[in-house]
Write a protein that binds this ligand. Structure first.
Ligand code: URA
Ligand code: SF4
Length: 222
């Protein structure tokens, strides 16, 4: 089924699809539906749904994996240690996360003990991400980690990060896509060499991302 059909089925199912509705109104209506969502098992263990945060009029979207402990408590994505590191690197490149893009995750509820999201949870949750993408109409994506990369590339198997990071790819939505390691990779590094490698790779990739954001800004899309 195409992504558009899936979305319209969902919207009709929820009886919220009206043609006269403004995109922003629609965005916040879908958010309020998500906030009561029980489409997958993660609803049982979450504190709250983390729909996303940032500028919905910016045509740049950043997509991570799933909320962690802090995100689950405060309802905002990427506010823990990894998120702070990510935001700080971008600040050094002149990019402000709240002003310059919208950021969300492949799944909107925290998996217990921060385990990886399961395939059926990603499938259940993707209606929301597809709706967000349909409304925001991004000109550029950044995927943080392999789950977001896999989903945005429409791959069956989990990709090897070292093969896809650091270059401009084309997402399944026909929009340019950059991929980098998930910022928490640095915290979970097995050894100092790997930590240093990941840290440098993320910095390099975010430099490219910042340059692309500035190009998009120059065209008036932010
Ligand atoms: N990691 C993610 O992938 N998303 C968050 O929101 C926080 C940590
Ligand atoms: Fe619904 Fe997504 Fe939360 Fe699952 S993770 S309950 S599909 S909002």
């Amino acid at each position: 089924m195409s992504h558009r059909n899936t979305l319209i089925d969902f919207l009709e199912l929820e009886e919220i699809y009206t043609q006269s509705e403004s995109p922003f109104h629609r965005f916040y209506r879908i958010k309020s539906i998500a906030e009561r969502c029980k489409r997958c098992r993660l609803h049982k263990t979450r504190t709250q749904v983390v729909f996303g945060f940032g500028n919905i009029t910016s045509r740049v979207m950043v997509i991570g994996e799933a909320p962690g402990g802090n995100e689950d408590i405060y309802g905002k994505p990427f506010i823990g240690k990894a998120g702070e590191r990510f935001s700080q690197i971008l600040r050094e490149y002149g990019i402000d996360r709240d002003r310059d893009f919208y950021i969300t995750n492949v799944v909107k509820c925290r998996p217990p003990n921060n385990r990886d999201p399961k395939e059926d949870e990603i499938m259940a949750c993707e209606v929301y991400l597809k709706a967000q993408i349909e409304i925001i109409k991004p000109k550029l994506f950044l995927a943080l980690g392999r789950y977001a990369a896999k989903w945005l590339l429409g791959l069956k198997n989990t990709p090897q990060m070292r093969e896809i990071r650091g270059k401009v790819l084309t997402s399944r939505f026909d929009v340019p896509l950059l991929v980098t390691y998930h910022p928490s990779t640095v915290d979970h590094a097995r050894n100092a060499n790997w930590r240093e490698f990941a840290q440098n790779a993320i910095k390099e990739d975010l430099r490219l991302f910042s340059d692309k954001i500035k190009e998009i800004k120059a065209k008036g899309y932010i």
